[in-house]
Design a protein around this ligand. Sequence first.
Ligand code: HGY
Ligand code: MN
Ligand code: MN
Length: 410
Amino acid sequence: MHSINAERLIGRIRELGDIGRDAEGRLTRLAGSANDKAGRDRLVGWVEAAGLEVAIDRIGNIFGIWRGEGNAGHAPLMLGSHIDTVINAGIYDGCYGVLAALEVIETLKDLGVTPARPIVVAAFTNEEGVRFAPDMLGSLVHVGGLAVDAALATIGTDGAVLGEELARIGYAGNVEPGHLQPHAYVELHIEQGPVLEREGTAIGAVENLQGISWQRVTIDGVANHAGTTPMAMRRDAGLAAARVGLFLREHIARSNAPSVATVGTMRYEPDAINVIPSRAVFTVDLRDPDEERLQALEAVLADFLARVAEEEGVEISVERLARFQPVVFDPAIVAAIEASARTRGLKSRRMTSGAGHDAQMLARIAPTAMIFVPSRDGISHNPREHTEPDDLAAGANVLLDVVERIACSG
Ligand code: HGY
Ligand code: MN
Ligand code: MN
């Protein structure tokens, strides 16, 4: 059994994790930002130093390609994830998968292995979707789920245009998206949830990933005086908005389903302490592993919004931001992950991914699966995000085994 260079991997995760911190030390590398550029530049430096061919496509996806001798005619095995982050992020989400993929390639090169097919490390643009919706945008374009010109025209939460931002940071590549059609795709990622740690399990063999529905809701009421307006006479957009999050939590609690709902952003206008809000703009993130249940939850939300509009005397409009169906991963790759864990004496379990990942898109065009490692306290999208070095190394070694089985067995 071969092993990756854990010190090199963890050193790079920490170095990349220091790129894009503000004066308070908060890490934020939103897609297309100057901080995103700084992270991208550091990654490209490592990829070039590893002797890989670098390709940047028109949506800014970064590919490090190891062609090897005599295997150019074969479809590549693709590895990867993303290096953009949420706001005030941890250092492992996405970055671990990209750097471990690079580490696996460098380990195989150091061993003098000649793979039977090219191996590619990908860093997809805007996986997080915090500034530009939808999330997984770069991989969605890569698999043909969204036309690149439409993606480049996406307007961010700050009014910026994605294509202009990519050009500004020097990552508006010239390669047509989808130029590399993978033989298979494997993504290593932190679990970002509590299951593996709670069970003392080192490796998650991810067999499916839940569906995602993102909507932006705008509620228009009437601004009025907070002191003089009787409660029964208000058309309070803020109150109407507040009812939505509460309703979703109570509905899901009653339904006893594994669905989750999150109101993650909320903006009031005029946003003044003594003015009844005339407008509320917020987002709703719904997820469920079952497509029918997710559709039913979307319908329940739509009915509730109609009821709130009636009861509160407000106008409500909804804009769809993202909608991805649940995906099932490739059983053979999942089995290869479990076989590697067994050989290495690591406990593993099959599981569903609660988070969205680029693998959700790649599964549309190639056999795909994911490997998870434990997250301390199940925390992610939070600076407290942490995975123990031994767990990081174990996950990367399992990725190495799966890569050797798929791409080096001839
Ligand atoms: O939203 C997600 O699940 C991912 O972090 N983009
Ligand atoms: Mn991620
Ligand atoms: Mn994330």
